[in-house]
Design a protein around this ligand. Structure first.
Ligand code: CO
Length: 265
């Protein structure tokens, strides 16, 4: 896998500034270390806002461009860059462009492969659906609906949320997928809850870590949070504050994408 010692892995996550939420990233790294012994692991945060926020606290995180630059300085010739994102949206397309721009520069990295985000194909959607059906089974009472809060995107890949919703409905009509900054919105889900007589719901983030959006926009006590809006609409909601990166069977999907990226180096 790393015959000449100059291949490595770059994990590219959105990033989080919520103290403790990054434990999920540390756990994911442990899995990568176990699956790819002998390959050094680097990290990058794709969000400039998060990197700047952390920098003000004295914590330095590299952008993907900076991390690849550093890896070139360290003499690495082949890098498997794994997208720890959910959908192939704006952030992932930035990784695609970063890869294209930085691969093959003089004295740089010869080959950069890019591992797909969590949901990148119909197969990923099916696999993720099965994994999450298993994961929520033990957490959920039979009459409880499940509502996922995804991030959402202005990128066309936002349709992955609708695709995922469809796949869940093939198994369970009381599982809903919404997006905090995209569609389907919670407003699209409310009439369906009413129609199906849902009075209880379990809310969980469709994001890698349970960070700022999960804590405030999903579970916040203020008006406008998903929790409050559901309660205003007669749905008693509770939250499962667990990012997708903390479910082993979900992380396995990313790991398989990374396996492909490493194999193609
Ligand atoms: Co946001």
């Amino acid at each position: 896998m790393n015959k000449d010692g100059n291949s490595a892995i770059l994990l590219a996550a959105f990033g989080t500034s919520v103290p403790g939420a990054d434990q999920v990233y540390a756990d994911m790294e442990k899995k990568v270390r176990a699956d790819f012994p002998g390959l050094e692991i680097y990290w990058a945060y794709t969000s400039k806002v998060i990197r700047e926020k952390l920098a003000r606290q004295g914590r330095t995180f590299l952008s993907p461009v900076q991390a690849l630059g550093l890896m070139a300085e360290h003499g690495l010739a082949r890098v498997a860059m794994q997208s720890l994102l959910i959908i192939p949206g704006l952030e992932h397309h930035d990784l695609i462009r970063t890869r294209a721009s930085l691969q093959g520069l003089p004295k740089g990295i010869e080959k950069i492969s890019l591992g797909a985000p969590l949901l990148n194909s119909s197969l990923d959607i099916q696999r993720f659906t099965r994994a999450m059906l298993d994961n929520v089974q033990s957490q959920r009472s039979p009459e409880e609906a499940v509502i996922f809060m995804g991030h959402g995107s202005t990128h066309p890949a936002n349709v992955f949320y609708a695709g995922l919703q469809y796949q869940f409905w093939l198994h369970d009509e009381n599982i809903f997928v919404g997006a905090v900054e995209g569609t389907p919105a919670l407003e699209d889900i409310l009439p369906l809850l009413k129609k199906r007589g849902v009075s209880k719901a379990l809310l969980l983030p469709l994001m890698v870590v349970a960070g700022d959006h999960a804590i405030n926009d999903m579970a916040g006590k203020q008006t406008g949070s998903w929790m409050s809006t559901l309660e205003d609409n007669g749905v008693e909601a509770r939250v499962l504050m667990q990012g997708l990166g903390s479910f082993d069977n979900v992380v396995d999907i990313w790991m398989d994408h990374l396996k492909e990226a490493v194999a193609s180096l």
